[in-house]
Design a protein around this ligand. Structure first.
Ligand code: 4AD
Ligand code: MG
Length: 442
């Protein structure tokens, strides 16, 4: 292990002390007698000054020749220096290269390759994703991502929810057949799960309050800024709860994520150019609620071509959310726009008791949820009405035969929430190895 991290040195914890730094070369420059090696680790970077006179010819040659991303150990004295990046510098006393880089095969992700990638050559960065992870932008995204996951677990565990796991190989669709991944399964066909929900509902009478954070799979053919074929899904299910109460939790967990990022990752957000006041607004403001009908009228008023009964696709959500300053819940979608499990509104059976949470700045849907059809009779009627086969859902129907109760839950797209809060242009930016219809490598 190592005991000294560069971030701690830069924050002043080792001023004047002799330390041993372990890391990777970010860049190097200098002349025959003096080299500046910028060393990075997971916590930051620091300029290390190597003098031939101090370290001797052999070590000087070794350190001077080390290429970008060579790993090395440097011992030296920490100097406070206002002019240096981060305010500190290491005056190197000795050092050695641990893992070198072959000059025939230099690290491919150079500053100029990054600049070029901004101009659209992102395939290059995606092909080299295993190396791109080391860049400061990606490291920052991964740190933000970790805090977001921690916030979700923290939110639910603080409220005594039980973390519960469902299978990933399943026999039927949750969110419609068009995005199901088929998997050969010993002479039969299985599918990769689109959602934990149906198996969570089976455990609802046992646990009452349950959640998960797990991958879900959707065979999304179109490549968009907000779709992955494998994404991380935070889902929850609560017994005895109404659509309104479920929305309270949706609002609660999203606000908790925003607050946690401000607390743990404000420097990271700023380094990405994110305005902290905006994130603060998301952490502190209540999220308004709007019925689907009102959203459709608003869109029609804006000249958008939409008919009542259609689900809102991205193009419509984008327009609708452009002027929102905080996320908005859209409730009471038409029954025809949603899968069979949504509970029909007892006040008007053209609608279901559901909600989508739409993020502002054009990001769109980040949560989908609502109340469930909980009586056996109604669920059978809804399955038949939708023309869905009963057979794969036998277990799901059966749970209704033994003490059904009102209940509900939601699913939150974790990658989408992170992309929105970090202000990323594309969902791919926030997940280490993004999967879409064209890519399963590296
Ligand atoms: O709205 P969805 O399809 O709802 C469900 O899956 C419910 N069964 C959840 C539940 O009630 N337990 O998906 C929920 C969320 C979406 O709002 C979106 O944020 C995210 O999952 N999502 C995706 N994220 C990235 N890539 C995709 N292809 C996604 N599909 C859905
Ligand atoms: Mg949805």
């Amino acid at each position: 292990m190592k005991s000294v991290f560069i971030g701690d040195v830069q924050s002043g914890a080792h001023d004047g002390a002799e330390v041993e730094l372990k890391g990777w070369v970010k860049r190097t420059r200098g002349n025959n007698n003096l080299r500046f090696v910028v060393l990075r680790d997971s916590t930051g970077s620091i300029q290390c000054v190597v003098k031939r006179d101090t370290v001797g010819d052999e070590v000087f040659a070794l350190l001077s020749e080390a290429l970008i991303e060579s790993s090395m150990i440097l011992k030296g004295t920490v100097k406070v220096d206002e002019r240096a990046d981060g305010g500190h510098e290491l005056a190197v006393l000795s050092g050695n290269v641990v893992g070198g880089v072959d000059p025939e095969r230099p690290f491919p992700i150079t500053e100029s390759a990054m600049v070029a990638a901004d101009g659209g050559e992102t395939e290059f960065l995606l092909d080299n994703r295993h190396l791109y992870l080391r860049t400061s932008r990606m490291t920052t995204m991964l740190q933000i991502r970790s805090s977001a996951f921690g916030a979700i677990h923290g939110y639910f565990r603080d409220l005594d929810f039980v973390e519960y796991q469902a299978p990933n190989f399943v026999a039927g669709a949750v969110e419609g057949g068009s995005t199901l991944f088929e998997v050969p399964y010993f002479g039969r066909t299985a599918y990769l799960t689109q959602s934990w929900q149906l198996y969570a509902e089976a455990a609802m009478p046992a646990l009452e309050r349950l959640y998960t954070v797990a991958p879900s799979f959707r065979a999304e053919k179109s490549r968009t800024r907000r779709h992955l074929t494998e994404f991380w899904h935070a889902e929850m299910e609560v017994a005895w709860a109404s659509n309104d109460e479920i929305m309270q939790h949706g609002e609660g967990v999203v606000r908790r994520i925003a607050a946690t990022l401000l607390e743990e990752r404000s420097d990271a957000l700023e380094s990405l150019g994110r305005d902290l006041n905006t994130v603060e607004r998301y952490a502190e403001s209540p999220y308004p609620r709007m019925r689907y009908d009102e959203a459709v009228e608003t869109l029609q008023g804006m000249g958008v071509d939409i008919e009542w009964g259609q689900d809102l696709d991205y193009s419509k959500e984008k327009v609708l959310t452009q002027d929102f300053d905080v996320p908005h819940f859209l409730t009471h979608y038409p029954k025809v726009a949603k899968p069979f499990y949504h509970r029909v509104d007892p006040d008007d059976d053209a609608y279901v008791l559901c909600h989508d949470l739409l993020a502002p700045e054009g990001y769109g849907e980040i949560i989908g949820g609502g109340e469930r059809t909980w009586s056996e009779e109604e669920i059978l009627a809804r399955i038949d009405e939708e023309g869905v086969p009963r057979e794969p859902y036998q277990f799901y129907i059966d749970t209704r035969a033994y003490g059904g109760v009102p209940h509900g839950g939601f699913g939150l797209g974790v990658d989408r929430v992170i992309a929105w809060l970090a202000g990323a242009d594309h969902i791919r930016e926030v997940i280490p190895f993004p999967r879409d219809s064209r890519r399963v490598t590296p």
